[in-house]
Design a protein around this ligand. Structure first.
Ligand code: AMP
Length: 216
């Protein structure tokens, strides 16, 4: 099964993708995570992307498409993929369709997680993740079971994203409205889009997504 999770920053795409990958043995492909790795490694792509990400703008389509295309090729470790944060523009959605065609794959569900913008700012400003395994947490909504210790790998080091501040969040929301929301009709026209209410607790939203998947 292959899935796309769509929605503005802070909708819970990464959190839900983590749950879904364990439940359905899927491989999560997050272009945001890949770019953060590139920034960390100091690659040419990372150097180009760093400033763009700090501004809250989108990294150019050609760079993103090249980066993800290699990862879809390499995917062999699960029963499918979850795309989280990709596609984000109409050009990316069209390129994805071409890649899937070439590889004989198809998307089974395109799930749009809807949220209020005010809630997004609150969610984003409280989030942090394990510096070692990347597991995501939140100051209010998802604390580690033992304070200061990662539930998944036991590490005691955590990080906060450089772009999770109020100014950048506003730019990221604008990028979503202007460049990403226009792809919704693309999937609607294919009768592939399913909207899920992303307001509520993590378990509640997960149950809604699961219901959509299991309805088929
Ligand atoms: P995310 O972790 O999905 O919130 O992405 C963090 C940042 O990485 C975004 O604000 C963009 O600057 C960049 N980014 C991630 N995915 C994409 C994409 N598919 N297209 C363009 N830029 C992206």
């Amino acid at each position: 099964m292959n899935l796309i999770l769509l929605g503005p920053p802070g909708a819970g795409k990464g959190t839900q993708a983590e749950r879904l990958q364990d439940a359905y043995n899927l491989v999560q492909l997050s272009t945001g995570d890949m770019l953060r790795e590139e920034v960390k490694s100091g690659s040419d792509l990372g150097k180009t992307a760093k400033e763009i990400m700090e501004r809250g703008d989108l990294v150019p389509d050609d760079l993103i498409i090249k980066m993800i295309s290699g990862r879809i090729d390499q995917n062999s470790g699960g029963d499918g993929i979850i795309l989280d944060g990709f596609p984000r523009t109409t050009a990316q959605a069209e390129a994805l369709d071409r890649m899937l065609d070439e590889k004989g794959l198809k998307m089974d569900h395109v799930i749009q997680i809807t949220v209020d913008e005010d809630a997004v700012v609150e969610r984003i400003s409280g989030r942090f993740s394990c510096a070692k395994c990347g597991m995501g947490y939140h100051d209010h909504f998802k604390k580690p079971k033992v304070e200061g210790v990662c539930d998944k790998c036991g590490s005691t080091e955590f990080t906060r994203r450089a772009d999770d501040n109020a100014d950048t969040v506003r730019s990221r929301l604008a990028a979503y409205r202007e460049q990403t929301a226009p792809i919704l009709p693309y999937y609607e026209a294919k009768k592939a889009l399913k909207a899920v209410d992303g307001m509520g607790g993590i378990d509640e939203v997960y149950a809604r997504i699961k219901a959509v998947i299991e309805e088929g």
